[in-house]
Design a protein around this ligand. Structure first.
Ligand SMILES: NC(=O)C1=CN([C@@H]2O[C@H](COP(=O)(O)OP(=O)(O)OC[C@H]3O[C@@H](n4cnc5c(N)ncnc54)[C@H](OP(=O)(O)O)[C@@H]3O)[C@@H](O)[C@H]2O)[C@H](O)CC1
Ligand code: K
Length: 452
């Protein structure tokens, strides 16, 4: 099951529903603190532990975790930034009878647990507080954040004050958008999700390993997926996309264009008239964008794609040719990077999740908003957050490869949203396997291992 993702408001509503169902906040906090202690102990073993506690329920989780860690043999010191303020935090703190120091007295410890602020953060930490948090996190062998690193905006992933890097973040019920959004993402470390008995079902989720449909025994090359790639000025980009489609399980890949398509597998067919797009009922998806260029030629190709009535994948220059605020794009997948997104959907505001969903609703298309925090949005409200992808994926041609993978999965008959999510996951995994010095071509070589 993919891990659900909830905004702070929706998390509070889920918490409220649990309370109305008979589970007290104290019970939820007890579960959260217990899960936090368990995760800390598993990661770091037994050792000297400093827990920084804030005044709200994030701090309350810290007091509970302190008690549980003492039971597990840790030497625990709690440093309170402010006296407990929420009722549940007051109750949890009243049960803490271990070593307590002031925030100013808190000295470095091998294990640091940050329970200052979570989803209730309203503004950045005071400079002295964020500096101290950073110093303590840097000097710890294991730094763990409770729910969120303090200073991170839960819904938008903004760092409202400087945020150090943590080895692990333990969150409760559901992930929060910030766990998978820039610029907060690199501070999270491994994100562990603990079940605290809240119904956290959501149409927002972290994209997990996809289930690519098995091939039918009677499959033939066209039923495995026939991808038509429209090529323009820069044949290298089209070659990358077509090769990626061929290596992602498509049964038949055709490149329609006049260039010299170097490096294409011999199994990829080159040539054919544009009229094929509408006439050939076996075509399962049409990809246009990689290397298509700008100008009259690109416009004509785009028009042919838009008119052919086949599932579309639009990338790169096809998105620029499309113009601002496209509508009526049902059965299309748009894969803009940040610059293309801003040109395609000017004037949207809000968080990246909100803007990506709005773009999907306005256009009618599945929108893959690419970047180090790629999101996949559907007009029906589903929103997939990519798991963290290696930074070395940011190199020329990797977007062409992604578009090719998605086109193959779509041609194979996967639902457009599922194909886009699966493509994003497969692409990130291929990058992990290809390693830091990879180039886009290497991703294609890794696809059989990822898809096996
Ligand atoms: N949602 C759940 O199901 C559960 C969540 N748990 C944990 O609870 C926190 C959320 O707790 P909450 O009390 O809502 O919020 P915080 O603890 O994050 O912070 C609220 C207090 O902090 C003050 N605040 C906010 N920002 C700052 C700042 N920059 N500097 C100083 N003080 C700040 C805020 O005061 P305001 O006056 O600003 O409102 C509050 O006093 C969640 O993250 C989980 O860890 C439960 O334990 C289990 C169930
Ligand atoms: K925290």
């Amino acid at each position: 099951m993919p891990r659900p993702i909830l905004t702070a408001d929706r998390m509070r509503a889920a918490e409220q529903a649990a309370i109305e169902g008979g589970t007290s906040v104290e019970t939820l906090m007890d579960r959260a603190g217990t899960a936090l202690a368990e995760a800390v102990h598993r990661l770091a073993g037994t050792g000297d532990t400093l827990i920084l506690c804030g005044p709200g329920n994030n701090g309350g989780d810290g007091y509970v975790a302190g008690r549980k860690l003492v039971e597990r043999g840790h030497r625990v010191r709690v440093a309170a930034l402010a006296p407990p303020a929420s009722a549940a935090c007051v109750a949890a703190a009243s049960r803490w009878d271990g070593e307590t120091v002031t925030f100013e007295q808190a000295s470095p410890s091998p294990i640091l647990v940050d329970c200052l602020f979570g989803t209730g953060l309203t503004h950045g930490l005071e400079a002295t507080v964020s500096e101290r948090l950073s110093d303590l996190a840097k000097s710890a062998s294991s730094a763990i954040a409770c729910d969120l690193p303090s200073g991170v905006g839960s819904d938008d992933g903004r760092c409202l004050s400087p945020v150090p890097a943590f080895d692990m973040t333990v969150t409760f019920g559901a992930l929060k958008p910030a766990h998978r959004l820039m610029p907060a993402l690199p501070s999270m470390g491994r994100v562990v999700l603990a079940d605290i008995g809240i119904d956290a079902s959501s149409t927002w989720f972290e994209i997990g390993r996809p289930e690519v449909p098995a091939l039918a025994a009677a499959a033939h090359k066209y039923s495995r997926g026939y991808v038509a790639v429209l090529a323009g000025e820069m044949s290298g980009a089209a070659s990358l996309a077509a090769s990626a489609a061929a290596r992602s399980g498509a049964g038949y890949v055709r490149v329609i264009g006049d260039g010299l398509f170097q490096g294409l597998p011999a199994s990829v067919v080159v040539g054919g008239k544009l009229g094929l797009l509408a006439d050939d009922g076996r075509i399962g998806s049409v990809l246009i964008g990689p290397g298509v260029g700008r100008g009259a030629g690109a416009k004509a190709l785009l028009q042919a794609a838009l008119d052919c009535g086949k599932p579309l994948v639009l990338d790169a220059d096809a998105l620029n040719e499309l113009g601002a605020n496209p509508t009526g794009m049902s059965d299309a997948i748009l894969t803009p990077h940040a610059g293309e997104f801003a040109r395609l959907f000017p004037g949207l505001d809000g968080t990246k999740p909100e803007m990506t969903l709005q773009a999907a609703r306005n256009s009618g298309a599945i929108v893959v908003s690419k970047g180090p925090d790629t999101l996949v949005a559907s007009p029906d409200g589903r929103l997939g957050f990519a798991p963290p992808a290696p930074s070395w994926l940011a190199s020329a041609g990797t977007g062409d490869v992604l578009a090719g993978i998605i086109s193959a999965l779509r041609a194979r008959g996967m639902d457009a949203f599922d194909a886009a999510c699966a493509g994003v996951w497969i692409h990130g995994r291929a990058a992990e396997l290809a390693g830091p010095l990879m180039i886009a071509d290497d991703l294609i070589s890794e696809l059989p291992a990822v898809l096996a």
